[in-house]
Design a binder for this molecule. Structure first.
Ligand SMILES: Cc1cc2nc3c(=O)[nH]c(=O)nc-3n(C[C@H](O)[C@H](O)[C@H](O)COP(=O)(O)OP(=O)(O)OC[C@H]3O[C@@H](n4cnc5c(N)ncnc54)[C@H](O)[C@@H]3O)c2cc1C
Length: 443
């Protein structure tokens, strides 16, 4: 075994959380080392580029939910590379009884939208007048929406939205933990419709979606260049963190690193394994966090087809009983990333907690499933062309009922080890912007 190496700050994991910490330390002029088990930086972020298209294997955009993501882009010299979505991206769709239905983009459009039945619309709007009090039990996302807007809205609006963000089950996710800003809004004004109108009058709008020139891979490449070989070791997995007489040592197959501070940013199951021997209670809490598996698939469709694909995409409520959760119309959202103007480029997301088995299906079965379904959804004359597939076995952490208690115990355990910091998408939000903000907050 090589001699013990001394490091001031050690970062484990090079996803958006690890990158955000590294860039913040770099700005402060601190010395650090980032250890990544795979052969590249980025974690879930992975962009494949061809002359025709820029395809995202993982996340495909980021939001302005937290300003820190822009601080990160600024530090990487990428503020000028931010792309806004096309105006068409405001159009969003759901599948209802096998048909594609456009969602209202503003409250008055609800009247003409086919997303809800006439009674469903009346029940939805009734929210501005009366909202039943919550019960004492922790409320699921589905329960919250049903209480505010009626069961139909929960089924056709909340359920597919939860699939789109968490690949999760609206009936099992904690509303307070999964959508904290909406929970805060309810605390201020019982009606969310009235809250929305008040926000609109004061100019506050819903979170916006962005991309980067060259895709999200641009962020990873810029970070990689800034870190350089001496601050970033690829292919070096941490096996465990040892706590001895108040100091922490990270052990890998190659080396042992004695660090003043360790930032552990791997997904919760990997973190649990690393902490198993010396931080048993913390490890057990991390193991309680469930993840949704997901398969992302890229297809392309000739622009000669009739269906216009001018929008953000299609989400599929669970009552439609499909293995596909949604279809993003990537080339319509950020057309600049798709020089090939002869095709529409679509991203298909399948599996999630509703159909976890899908992630283990053979490539042939997956091809068969998505090509047939997509052809049927959009009444295409020709079968779409299959481009790429990526399996994410631990795609998104589930902020399930009881999650607040898990997080509270994690925080209590962590407070006993000030030199150990946890960061990642299972702590304060799953989006890239929330994960970056949480990670920066522990530095
Ligand atoms: C298909 C998909 C689509 C998504 N779409 C969006 C989107 O459009 N917008 C959005 O905002 N969010 C999206 N998300 C969510 C977002 O991508 C993730 O929440 C975020 O990227 C997670 O970042 P992270 O740093 O917490 O974890 P990760 O990206 O998982 O990074 C953790 C890193 O730790 C490394 N690691 C693990 N174990 C070890 C070890 N023992 N030693 C060293 N390194 C280790 C891993 O290799 C990995 O690189 C999507 C997620 C998926 C899966």
């Amino acid at each position: 075994m090589n001699p013990l190496k001394m490091i001031k700050h050690l970062i484990i994991g090079g996803g958006i959380a690890g990158i955000s910490i590294a860039v913040k330390l770099l700005k402060r002029g601190e010395s650090f080392l980032l250890l990544e088990s795979s052969d590249r930086l980025g974690g879930k972020i992975e962009t494949k580029r061809t002359v025709e298209a820029c395809l995202e294997m993982g996340p495909s955009s980021f939001t302005d939910q937290s300003p820190e993501i822009f601080d990160l882009l600024d530090a990487l010299g990428l503020k000028g590379d931010v792309l806004e979505p096309s105006p068409a991206a405001k159009n969003r769709f759901i599948l209802k009884e096998g048909r594609i239905v456009r969602l209202p983009t503003a409250p008055p459009e609800l009247i003409t939208s086919g997303a809800l039945s006439p009674w469903g619309k009346i029940r939805f709007l009734w929210e501005a007048v009366h909202v039943a009090n919550p019960t004492k039990e922790e409320e699921s996302v589905w329960g919250f929406f049903a209480r505010h807007f009626g069961r139909e809205a929960a089924e056709f609006l909340a359920d597919p939205f939860v699939s789109g963000v968490y690949a999760g089950d609206a009936r099992r996710l904690s509303f307070r933990e999964a959508f904290p800003s909406m929970a805060e809004a309810e605390a201020r004004s019982s009606s969310l419709i009235r809250h929305l109108f008040r926000n609109r009058r004061s100019g506050r709008v819903a979170p916006k979606t962005y991309q980067l020139k060259g895709g999200l891979g641009t962020l990873v490449e810029r970070a990689s260049g800034l870190l350089g070989e001496e601050r970033f070791h690829r292919g070096e997995a941490v096996r465990e963190i040892v706590s001895e007489r108040g100091s922490l040592t990270a052990v890998t197959e190659r080396d042992r690193y004695l660090a003043e501070t360790i930032y552990l940013t791997s997904p919760a199951p990997a973190a649990a394994k690393i902490l198993e021997r010396h931080f048993g209670a913390l490890s057990r809490e991390l193991l309680r966090i469930e993840y949704a598996p997901l398969v992302s698939i890229h297809l392309r469709v000739s622009r000669r087809e009739k269906y216009p694909f001018d929008g953000f995409g299609l989400l599929i409520p669970s009552c439609e009983q499909k293995k596909i959760l949604g279809v993003l119309w990537h080339s319509s959202i950020f057309p600049d990333l798709f020089p090939d103007k002869g095709h529409h480029y679509l991203g298909i997301y399948a599996g999630g907690v509703r159909h976890p088995e899908v992630v283990e299906d053979s490539e042939e079965r997956l091809r068969d499933l998505v090509l047939k379904e997509v052809q049927r959804f959009f009444s295409l004359r020709v079968t779409p062309e299959f481009l790429h597939l990526r399996r994410h076995r631990q795609a998104i952490p589930q902020y399930q009922l009881g999650y607040g208690v898990i997080l509270q115990r994690i925080r209590e355990e962590l407070s006993r080890f000030p030199s150990l910091r946890l960061a990642g998408n299972y702590l304060e939000g799953v989006s890239l912007s929330k994960t970056a903000a949480q990670a920066m907050s522990v530095v």
